[in-house]
Ligand binder design. Structure first.
Ligand code: AMP
Length: 114
């Protein structure tokens, strides 16, 4: 989608601080970090959010999730704790309507989340 900022990052049209990229995903540092480590993991395929995940997307989502511990390892937080969050819908805090997983680490995390 040409008007989707994360599609444009995935296409290399908008610069980002990329941590990892493969055929399925791009992982890049969040522009407005909410923790010392705050990386976004997005599928290259446009899905508006978690509600767009169906059985057909299960292999893709599985491959993305299988990379997350490796991305955490590359960021040096694999064994010191991290949180993965997906906001689904504006009331839950979603502001970019392209599926993404926030990987947050480097500080104590409260629960329940706000
Ligand atoms: P959410 O509010 O859950 O949809 O998360 C969207 C995230 O994207 C926010 O944490 C923003 O700071 C981040 N963001 C928006 N535009 C960019 C960008 N161009 N590069 C990196 N992160 C971005």
């Amino acid at each position: 989608m040409t008007d989707c900022i994360f599609c444009r990052i995935a296409a290399g049209e908008i610069p980002a601080k990329v941590v990892e990229e493969n055929d399925d995903l791009v992982a890049f540092h969040d522009l407005s970090p909410q923790a010392p480590v705050h990386v976004l993991i997005i599928p290259k395929q446009h899905l508006a959010g978690a509600n767009d995940i169906g059985e057909g997307e299960a292999p893709l989502i599985g491959r993305i999730w299988a990379r997350i511990p490796r991305i955490a390892e590359a960021l040096g937080v694999r064994d010191t704790g991290y949180r993965v969050v997906t906001n689904c819908g504006a009331p839950a805090g979603q502001s970019v309507f392209h599926l993404h997983f926030h990987l947050l680490a480097g500080r104590a995390m409260g629960w329940p989340p706000g």
